[in-house]
Design a protein around this ligand. Structure first.
Ligand code: NDP
Ligand code: 8X3
Length: 249
């Protein structure tokens, strides 16, 4: 029997890429992201059948064209990992950049909805499936200057709970993984390419790695059919809340 199919959004970097590497032993993979060159490189290193889909999750038409355009034998996706997302900026609300607000709402919230809407008809028809949404501790706590990113991850939390209520009668599991500080390209994106500023976020303590989160995702994905690990908050040992991080001087 061929392996089940997993679609991972945001597989070009960080948590999504690490998840593709860990899930390759168990799934055929559809890896997604805007950077097609990175998708191709990842595809060539993955020991499983792989399709690459390059689209911007903000572009509703592109999302549906990519997923609806999959060959028939790839359409019945068993596992959807809604991971694509980022923070854009870190500013007081009165100083925030509207383009950053639009990006966070459009990518983290609306993009997740578009991809889910494109994938769900096949799960509903099959009466089985699993959606794992990547939330954040930013969707549990709110921290100064986090405002709109916090709102986008609170939305992911509400959407995850709502999906679970609406989909459990269809045999579909919905899980949410809420990481604390993970050392990926996340802070470089937040600080618009300022690597020095980004690196400072992870100094003085041991942050989570993308592989730590991928390992949790794999555990959730491979749980027995009757078990849904619905909600996981995973933090570095040195982190207690969004703002309480024990750093060595
Ligand atoms: P990275 O910046 O390393 O990866 C982000 C991924 O999202 C990339 O693959 C990127 O691909 C994709 N992406 C971003 N914007 C778009 C878009 N418009 N269309 C399609 N894909 C997009 O960050 P992480 O791996 O850390 O982030 C992954 C998820 O984890 C995000 O949802 C983030 O909010 C969440 N998270 C991260 C934490 C952290 O501390 N790092 C903590 C808690 C949650 P490409 O640019 O090629 O399109
Ligand atoms: C990413 C973690 O604390 O930078 O969601 O918001 S944080």
């Amino acid at each position: 029997m061929s392996k089940p199919i997993a679609l991972i959004s945001g597989a070009t970097s960080g948590i999504g890429k690490a998840t593709a590497n860990l899930l390759a032993a168990h799934y055929r993979l559809i890896i997604c992201g805007r950077r097609a060159d990175r998708l191709q490189e990842l595809q060539s290193n993955l020991p499983t059948d792989v399709k690459t889909l390059s689209f911007d999750v903000r572009d509703q038409a592109a999302v549906f064209a990519a997923i609806d355009g999959l060959p028939e034998e790839w359409k019945a996706i068993d596992l959807l990992i809604n991971n694509a997302g980022n923070a854009h900026g870190l500013s007081f609300i009165h100083e925030g950049d509207i383009a950053d607000w639009d990006a966070m709402i459009d990518i983290n919230v609306k993009g997740l909805l578009y991809v889910s809407k494109a994938v769900l008809p096949h799960m509903i028809a099959n009466k089985s499936g699993h959606i794992i949404n990547i939330g954040s501790i930013a969707g549990v706590d709110v921290y100064p200057k986090g405002n709109v990113y916090n709102a986008s991850k609170h939305a992911v939390d509400a959407i995850s709970k709502g999906m679970r209520q609406d989909l459990h009668t269809h045999g579909i599991k919905v899980s949410e993984v809420k990481p604390g500080l993970v050392n990926t390209e996340f802070s470089e994106v937040r600080f618009k390419g300022d690597k020095t500023k980004a690196d400072k976020v992870y100094e003085g303590f041991t942050p989570l790695s993308a592989e730590d989160i991928a390992d949790t995702i794999r555990y959730i994905a491979l749980a027995p059919a009757h078990v849904n690990i619905a909600d996981v908050l995973i933090l570095p040992t040195a982190q207690a809340t969004s703002t309480m991080v024990h750093k060595k001087a």
